[in-house]
Design a protein around this ligand. Structure first.
Ligand SMILES: [Zn+2]
Ligand SMILES: [Zn+2]
Length: 342
């Protein structure tokens, strides 16, 4: 047998042995409450705190708050340009939201697609058995789903939701601020806190919804579609049943706005951060750097797709609610990366 193939088989055996040991201990309960007896050891509070600081406070909230300041001149000039050309707020909002969504989808996912297709940077790719690779049929279905989603569903949803949801919940789109300039750009501290609030609200609601979706009936009738990609790929991050898309993705994303109204620029940055994060955590690629990327979260969600046992959302929530037993049984982040790295 060729050396590489032997090494690959050996690695696959190690992965299977580790996960089987974990699963065979106890598979009682539904998929939404996977537990192992005796319970494995969880990471310490300090470990979770350090990753929270790195991934949430620095790489999302601080980065986002600085982006708000950096893009403020662009926001002001684009609002003026829209006003001078008789583009109303509804069209302006729809256009920018779709631009952010499609721009990030292509900007983040095309490089991952090229890496997968042409086998570039495969030393950073988490190991996939051949049976876990996306088939041609799956990729064609995904392409059609994304074209319809990006070009038809997203623009119509944004346009329809604007007067009901976004005009009342975003600052600067009401009649008292018709040119959008009376509402000042929030400070770095203000943007930081708003982004953190949106993140925590989103994580909490997503965790609850996703865990519910793993109950037997909801999994079979709704959530199974998202899990068709057993070896997760970034470009299928949003591939889900429409009801799941609405209740587990879109609703958590905007949930923070119901409590804390947001400046439109801050909101667009928040959507960008949210999309970039979900694409990255589905990519199956480590960043290979501790400065860039969010490997801790990437491994966490990659395990969820590969083994479908626990790890329902943000790592700190699975840690708090004890839903990462199977992941921890294979030594969590360190163990998973060791088994899945070539
Ligand atoms: Zn799931
Ligand atoms: Zn997923």
């Amino acid at each position: 047998m060729h050396g590489d193939a032997m090494a690959e088989n050996n690695q696959e055996d190690q992965v299977n042995a580790a996960i089987n040991t974990a699963i065979l201990v106890d598979r009682n309960g539904t998929g939404s409450s996977p537990r192992i007896r005796p319970r494995p050891q969880y990471p310490s509070f300090a470990t979770i705190g350090c990753h929270f600081l790195d991934i949430y406070l620095i790489k999302q909230c601080l980065l986002g708050a600085l982006l708000v300041q950096w893009l403020a001149p662009w926001y002001r000039s684009s609002r003026s340009f829209a006003r001078e050309n008789d583009v109303d707020d509804r069209w302006y909002f729809t256009a920018v939201l779709c631009l952010v969504h499609t721009g990030l989808y292509l900007g983040v996912n095309l490089p991952y697609f090229v890496r997968d297709t042409y086998q570039v940077h495969q030393s950073l790719k988490l190991f996939r058995k051949p049976s876990m690779q996306a088939s041609r049929n799956q990729l064609s279905k995904l392409a059609l789903d994304q074209v319809i989603g990006q070009l038809i569903v997203s623009p119509i949803s944004a346009y329809v939701a604007f007067p009901i949801l976004f005009q009342p919940l975003l600052l600067g789109f009401d009649s008292s601020d018709s040119d959008g300039t009376a509402t000042g750009i929030p400070s770095v501290a203000g943007s930081f806190l708003q982004l953190l609030f949106c993140l925590l609200a989103n994580d909490t609601l997503f965790y609850v919804m996703h865990r519910l979706l793993h109950s037997k009936w909801l999994y079979k009738s709704i959530h199974k579609q998202h899990h068709e990609f057993v070896g997760a790929v970034s470009y299928a991050a949003e591939y889900a049943h429409p009801l799941e898309g609405l209740l587990a993705n879109q609703l958590p994303t905007v949930s923070g706005l119901f409590v804390w109204r947001m400046h439109p620029l801050c909101f667009f940055i928040w959507i960008g951060l949210r999309l970039q994060e979900t694409y990255e955590t589905h990519s199956g690629y480590r960043s290979g750097s501790i400065v860039f990327g969010k490997d801790y979260q990437v491994a966490h969600h990659d395990f969820h797709h590969s083994y479908n046992q626990g790890n329902f959302g943000a790592f700190y929530l699975d840690w708090m609610f004890g839903t990462m037993d199977h992941y921890q049984a294979m030594s969590g982040y360190e163990g998973y990366l060791k088994l899945k790295s070539s």
